[in-house]
Design a protein around this ligand. Structure first.
Ligand code: CP
Ligand code: NVA
Length: 314
């Protein structure tokens, strides 16, 4: 059964990849790969026997919800799905009170919500580890699974060119932080007005200076796609931006991963998408269903990556 070196991790929050060193991210990926191999070999690993994870959702989810719930179960514990529609948080109970109450009953809290500040507040008042399952600002659990997927397909992370085409959103932010921590060359192609937040670009640039990676933010998706080892995209309108979807469709026309863009990338490039995907918008049907697409392996890896996070911090 997997041997965990939890010393550096136990009790820590998982709020942003920026809070972890390259070595720690590598360790989380290694644990995730080991847990994946054990599941495939039918080797049980109840390292969180008897532990409970509360999972607060104020936004929809398929992958994050199922992977955390199945993941904690596979680790020997139990997950509690808490929709904000049903708990008092949704009726205005303060996040600080929710944090302190849950901390007295559970061993970890995963939250998906709109405001990043709410997650920071939850972590501030919780005495158990808090895991960020997506905010408007960051999506770090996704990117840990993405880095794991890249490692599986490419054998390494350092020196690879990861090109993200589309909205400079939560996923783009976490890719910038996580990719540069690991020494990757992260290129973002987004239209003006939709580029990643300057402070994230600054942090990523500093990471890259230390890791040997680089950061490029540009407008032209074709130049960005040249020789990319990984092409990545996400929806043009994220959760909470539904009313902007028509404006965004116009702004992002041309920011689509299609056959033409794929041809510009490295011949062995893989295509990633966090899902859910809008075929015909940010990605075409032939690319997402094509031989270079790794999106379903990527989705599966959410399970293994999230198990690694829980196993280490809880
Ligand atoms: N990629 C992702 O986080 O998917 P869900 O919204 O289904 O959780
Ligand atoms: N950027 C998307 C990611 C969904 C997993 C959103 O926030 O809706």
């Amino acid at each position: 059964m997997v041997q965990l070196n939890k010393e550096q991790f136990r009790g820590r929050d998982f709020l942003s990849l920026q809070d972890f060193t390259a070595e720690e991210i590598q360790q989380m990926i290694d644990v995730a790969l080991e847990l994946k191999a054990e599941v495939k070999a039918g080797i049980p690993h109840p390292v969180l026997k008897g532990k409970t994870l509360a999972m607060i959702f104020t936004k929809s989810s398929t992958r994050t919800r199922v992977s955390f719930e199945v993941g904690i179960y596979q680790l020997g514990g139990t997950g509690l799905f808490l929709s904000s529609r049903d708990i008092q948080l949704g009726r205005g109970e303060p996040i600080a009170d929710t944090a302190r109450v849950l901390s007295r009953m559970v061993d970890g809290i995963m939250i998906r919500t709109f405001s990043h500040q709410e997650v920071l507040d939850l972590a501030k008042y919780s005495t158990v580890p808090v895991i960020n399952g997506l905010t408007d600002y960051l999506h770090p659990t996704q990117v840990l699974a993405d880095l794991m997927t890249i490692k599986e397909y490419k054998g390494e992370l350092k020196g690879l060119k990861l090109t993200y085409i589309g909205d400079g959103n939560n996923v783009a932010h976490s890719l910038l932080l996580g990719g540069t921590k690991m020494g990757m060359h992260v290129v973002i192609a987004s239209p003006q007005g939709y580029q990643p937040a300057p402070e994230i670009v600054k942090m990523a640039t500093d990471n890259a200076a230390a890791s040997g990676g680089s950061v490029t933010v540009m407008e032209d998706p074709k130049t960005a796609a040249q020789d990319a080892d990984i092409l990545y995209t996400d929806v043009w309108a994220s959760m909470g931006q539904e009313s902007e979807s028509e404006i965004r469709k116009r702004a992002f026309a041309g920011y689509q991963i299609n056959g033409e863009i794929l041809k510009l990338a490295h011949p062995e490039a893989i295509v990633l998408h966090c899902l859910p995907a809008h075929r015909g918008e940010e990605i075409t049907e032939d690319v997402i269903e094509g031989p270079q697409s790794a999106v379903f392996e990527e989705a599966e890896n959410r399970l293994h990556a999230h198990k690694a996070i829980m196993a280490l911090v809880m």
